[in-house]
Design a protein around this ligand. Structure first.
Ligand code: ATR
Length: 286
């Protein structure tokens, strides 16, 4: 006899190319289990040329997904293909979170939220500062600049090897944002209360130059959006010089929160057990 109750399964995805290294399934499946939600969250490897068709399947309902996360290299295309990008996504020209609502594809970018929520959790009061330094002007630095600016930090100094890239971001994100060369790093750091590394320096154990953090305020916090290894050479240097540090793993965990809430209707918590789960996975795949 057929069961008259229908189980309504909500499905979400993370798509990228490649996507197999993504830790998003681990995070969202942890929360699905925690809430006991009848839902799925799966990785979808989609090439750039297949991405428009993938999005079409989301829009017309044929894919069975309510929404999902988008990672490299699809963030810009996702923004362009969305029906209703929000103001954050529009300013960045990139989106990492998509969801269907009233037949329309909505898009936002939660990387900046992830960045500030991580600092709020691990170094409360970090935003009571007048000046921040952001090292790097690549794709990853944009959401950080936007989020720090939107917290009301007075001066944001973007320091980059290629100055025109930093200047482009200063032009994009408004008069509070200033561009500098690496040679001007020390000067840019003078009196700053927050230092953020958004470059790939030190990733996967790569070499990194010695940075003198002493121009920062004594109670400044140093953070890195690279989280492999968890303690990057830059964070280790900052700690050795007596500065507080916050690792980048929390940014990954917190950026997942708004998406989960959109798709599955519950706002999840980033707890230590989740953090430990992801760290254990990082150790396994070292
Ligand atoms: P993402 O989108 O992940 O941020 P990206 O666009 O390639 O990646 O940017 C990488 C950032 O790391 C850039 O700021 C880059 O500086 P340039 O704009 O001058 O290329 C910075 N970066 C990478 N390797 C570097 C190195 N060896 N020294 C200094 N900066 C470096």
């Amino acid at each position: 006899m057929a069961d008259s109750r229908e189980t309504f399964l909500v499905n979400a995805f993370v798509t990228g190319w490649p996507v197999k290294h993504s830790r998003s399934p681990l995070i969202h499946n942890y929360w699905l289990k925690q809430f006991g939600i009848a839902g799925t969250y799966k990785a979808e490897a989609v090439s750039e040329e297949d991405f428009p068709a993938f999005i079409q399947g989301l829009k017309d309902g044929s894919s069975g997904y309510r929404g999902g996360n988008v990672t490299i290299p699809h963030k810009e295309q996702a923004f362009r293909l969305a029906d209703r990008p929000d103001a954050l996504a529009k300013e960045l020209g990139a989106s990492n979170t998509l969801w269907m609502e009233n037949g329309q594809l909505n898009a936002t970018n939660t990387d900046g939220y992830g960045f500030t929520a991580n600092l709020d959790a691990r170094h409360p009061g970090w935003d009571k500062i007048d000046r921040a330094v952001i090292l790097g002007a690549g794709g990853a630095s944009r959401a950080v600049i936007q989020a720090v600016r939107d917290r009301g930090i007075g001066e944001i100094h973007v320091v980059n090897r290629t100055v025109p890239r930093a200047q482009e971001l200063a032009d994009r994100f408004g008069p509070k944002v200033h561009a500098h060369s690496l040679q001007a790093l020390s000067e840019a750091m003078s009196g700053a209360g927050l230092f953020v590394n958004t470059t790939s320096l030190g990733m996967d154990g790569g070499e990194v130059r010695q940075i003198d953090f002493s121009p920062l305020k004594d109670d400044a916090v140093v953070t890195d959006i690279v989280y492999v290894p968890l303690k990057t050479p830059l964070l280790a240097q900052a700690e050795n010089q007596g500065f507080a540090s916050v690792d980048g793993l929390g940014m990954l965990l917190h950026q997942a929160v708004p998406g989960f809430e959109k798709w599955f209707g519950h706002r999840p918590l980033v707890d230590e057990a989740l953090r430990d789960l992801v760290i254990a996975d990082m150790e396994r795949h070292r």
